[in-house]
Design a protein around this ligand. Structure first.
Ligand SMILES: [Zn+2]
Length: 201
């Protein structure tokens, strides 16, 4: 089931989410819906607070871009990135490499906004999977960036917290434009629904 995505301004996006204590059937079904929601929105990742659930659970899919990682190791063994996708993970703990790199990021809770964000290029992440297994995932590139972006979400941190001071100057205006675009889209959707109802009736 595709779930509605929470837009910036909702307080749930600022919650420091508690860990998942038990991987229940509800968590499985939630993870399944989150994967469907992420694919439907054409996103690379989605964290539980973005669908209004304050828990340390997130999903990522970078299967479309295996070339954007130069390595991907699970418990020390090289694994093709596509084999891990879509990745559902719980209670992540990340250790960061020293080198940092800048790349463009967006976020499903900020439709249309994209920013250059500097982050550590390489990470080692301790993750719990849906089958209860804990793994250590070492990677770089897009997957490392996505893991950091989603883990930030689980602690109430958002990508706009990491933009440059120059971008901060125009953030308010860009957020206002974002809300105006969302309202316009909603008005258009309502107009289309009314027109369809008239035709049907
Ligand atoms: Zn996001």
């Amino acid at each position: 089931m595709v779930l509605p995505i929470v837009i910036y301004g909702d307080p749930v996006l600022r919650v420091d989410c508690p860990p998942v204590t038990e991987v229940t059937a509800d968590i499985h079904s939630l993870a399944h819906d989150m994967i469907e929601t992420m694919h439907d929105a054409e996103g690379v990742g989605l964290a539980a607070p973005q669908i209004g659930v304050a828990l340390q659970l997130a999903v990522i899919d970078v299967a479309h871009a295996p070339e954007l990682q130069s390595y991907c190791r699970v418990d020390g063994q090289e694994v093709p990135v596509a084999e891990l996708m879509p990745l559902v993970f719980i209670n992540p703990e990340i250790t960061f490499g020293k080198a940092r790199e800048e790349s463009t990021e967006g976020c499903l809770s900020f439709p249309g906004l994209r920013y250059q964000i500097k982050r550590p290029a390489q990470i080692s992440a301790r993750l719990t999977l849906l089958d209860g297994r804990s793994i250590t995932l070492e990677t770089d590139g897009l997957l490392a960036r996505a893991l950091q972006h989603e883990t930030d979400h689980l602690h109430g941190r958002l990508f706009i917290d990491r933009i440059s001071s120059a971008d901060k100057l125009t953030l308010k205006r860009r957020l206002r434009e974002m809300y105006e675009d969302i309202e316009e889209e909603e008005r258009e959707a309502r107009r289309a629904a009314r027109a369809a109802a008239r035709q049907a009736g």
